[in-house]
Design a protein around this ligand. Structure first.
Ligand SMILES: O=P(O)(O)O[C@@H]1C[C@H](O)[C@@H](CO)O1
Ligand SMILES: Nc1nc2[nH]cnc2c(=O)[nH]1
Length: 324
């Protein structure tokens, strides 16, 4: 039976018409929006082979540009931008502030590939689709992932424009049973049960902190815990209070599923959040998060963040003990 987008249930509430219930595994007939990954190793190899034929640059570092941080990709030398819509098997980006292209080029002389625009769960993509470009990066030869985001500051010491290096995360979506690695595991990507306790490379994080200080950001740099919610709405006061109790320092709508996918296939990860708004868990607060403000803060910080990422990329390429 084919999946026509309409869910048909039998009298017991069991879905009858979804092909993802068929036995043909990951290859055929999967519902596009199934919770379970439909990209096979072969499908993603087709995507990476397409890109390898098109672009001679062999990227070592992958960079995911968060909201308002897409200009990082514009700073590349000898860049080649390929719109997502032209890449076989790629989802399309739909959010303002997320341009939607894979940009290859050199940063500090190091070959990199940037996602200018990422895929968010709230756009309607399942998590495995949001994170699929990470596996494509791996197949392209990337060894290190730098993923960035705009986030609300929960920690009362954080101010708008500050940078939080992610030392750990709380996978709220995952804890409630939705994970990009759900479904049959392909060992060619990684193990069935990947550890996540040391997801964020400590050495890279410490070095990034030093670079931030060199750039005059000593008072603006923090390390903390990021949590990802599904969005698209911003949090209620009660939800902010809950996130504070849970120990999160910043809240956003991305990154965690990318990091899980990256660690699964053994990429070394650095992640940072640009704090674009202060989350006040107070019913009397007049501060309400909004996208315009978030993008403005990105613009305000774009030059220094470009320099920051440049330094990190150069360090990755030269540091012996980070070589994989
Ligand atoms: O892609 P990131 O995580 O930077 O984007 C965040 C989440 C939403 O897209 C947006 C919320 O304003 O910023
Ligand atoms: N969920 C969430 N995402 C954000 N992205 C930027 N700011 C925020 C915020 O306050 N909450």
């Amino acid at each position: 039976m084919s999946c026509n987008g309409k869910v048909v249930m039998d009298g017991n509430g069991v879905i009858k018409n979804h092909k993802c219930r068929d036995s043909d595994g990951l290859k055929n007939g999967f519902d596009e929006n199934s919770l379970i990954d439909k990209y096979t190793f072969e499908t993603l190899t087709e995507t990476s082979d397409y890109l390898k034929k098109l672009v001679s640059i062999e990227p070592k570092v992958g960079i995911i540009c968060g909201s308002g941080l897409g200009t990082l990709a514009d700073a590349l030398d000898d860049k080649i931008a390929i719109p997502y819509e032209d890449i076989p098997n790629f989802p399309k980006s739909t959010v303002k502030g997320h341009a939607g292209a894979l940009v290859f080029g050199y940063l500090s002389g190091v070959p990199v590939v940037c996602m200018k625009g990422r895929f968010h769960y709230y756009e309607g993509y399942p998590l495995w689709k949001c994170a699929m470009p990470v596996r494509v990066m791996k197949l392209l030869g990337v060894t290190h992932l730098i993923t960035t985001n705009a986030a609300g500051g929960l920690n009362s010491n954080y101010r708008v424009g500050d940078i939080m290096l992610v030392k750990d995360h709380i996978n709220l979506i995952g804890l409630s049973g939705n994970n990009p690695l759900q479904g049959p595991n392909d060992e060619r990507f990684g193990p069935r049960f990947p550890p996540m306790a040391k997801a964020y490379d400590k050495k890279l994080l410490e070095q990034a902190k030093e670079f931030a200080k060199e750039l005059g950001l000593a008072k603006n740099i923090h390390e903390g815990v990021y949590t990802c919610v599904g969005g698209p709405n911003f949090e209620t006061v009660a939800e902010l209070r809950m996130l504070n109790i849970l120990g999160a320092d910043a809240v956003g709508m991305s990154t965690v599923h990318e990091v899980i996918t990256a660690r699964h296939c053994d990429l070394t990860v650095l992640a940072f959040s640009l704090i674009t708004n202060e989350c006040k868990a107070d019913y009397n607060s007049m501060d309400l998060a909004n996208l315009e403000e978030i993008l403005d803060v990105g613009k305000m910080r774009q030059t220094v963040l470009q320099k920051f990422v440049q330094k990190i990329v150069k360090y990755i390429s030269t540091s012996e003990d980070l070589q994989q």
